[in-house]
Design a protein around this ligand. Sequence first.
Ligand SMILES: [Zn+2]
Length: 328
Amino acid sequence: MAAGVRTHTTPNLARQLRRAENTLASPVRLLNYHRVAEQTAGSSDLSVSPDNFAGQMAVLAGHAEVTGLTDSLALRRNRVRRKGRHTFGVTFDDGYVDNLQVALPILERHGIPATLFVTTGTLGRRCFWWDRIAELTTTDSVGVERLLLATVEVGLAAEAEVDALTALPQSDRHIALRQLVVAHPFDRRHEVVDDLSDALGFAPADTCGRPMSIDELVEFSQHPLVTIGAHGHWHAKLTELTAPQLATDVGTCLERLQSTLGAAPTLFAYPHGAVDPGVVDQIRRVGLSWATGTESRPLSVLDSRWNLPRIATADIDGDEFARRRRLG
Ligand SMILES: [Zn+2]
């Protein structure tokens, strides 16, 4: 009997949920890019190749409405699509120089606006620390023994840990080294990885996408298609910081952007998507208007303006992008 009831109620419930989902669906979709670069062993797995990025932008230009983020967000509670189309907002996180050198000419070709959420503490650095660790652990010429000795030399690992690290396969070694870096204070991680590179006498390869310099950020920000938002000063998980650290990290990021670009940003993206009520309170207190995370899904009309989802992008060509986003 109970089983019979389940058989009848489950499809009904599923239908009701689908109907509710359709009613609550927003016509707005935010896309979350990081690098526009070829995937290499040492590069971020969040890269979309230039060809695929160009294909995806061509699909958006041909089959969707694309607006600046503030305009997209103003439409998020409309239940009707404008011109029968979804409205897309294009965003980039972190501040890789390829956003300026590679992505911008493609955006220009189609007149597509974009928002960059920039991490201010990394501007002008040689590399983001997470890419550097990936590069060091996948470059054969570095050699495992040398790498591990250097981790001890710069205080990243204790001597006793080296045997365990040596025994790990390459992919696990990458993860273990990342964990050793994360065990350091959030505002020291870039420095300790720079020390590691120096100890190895290892300069970053071109494939290790570097952050923009301050001048490059200024140039990017002055383009009429570009808006700059904030992404923290040290790219820390804000939920793991004490209240004073949180206030300092967010405050420093906003001050740097204000002094560099002459205007305070109104948009924020949580590094790693890490957010809790304390983080939201801090973001609201400092005058920001919207904040977005990394939960990968289309918007719903119920989403809070303080944690808007964005669709994680993939390194796929225009046809596959159109299929997945139901465009064209
Ligand atoms: Zn980020």
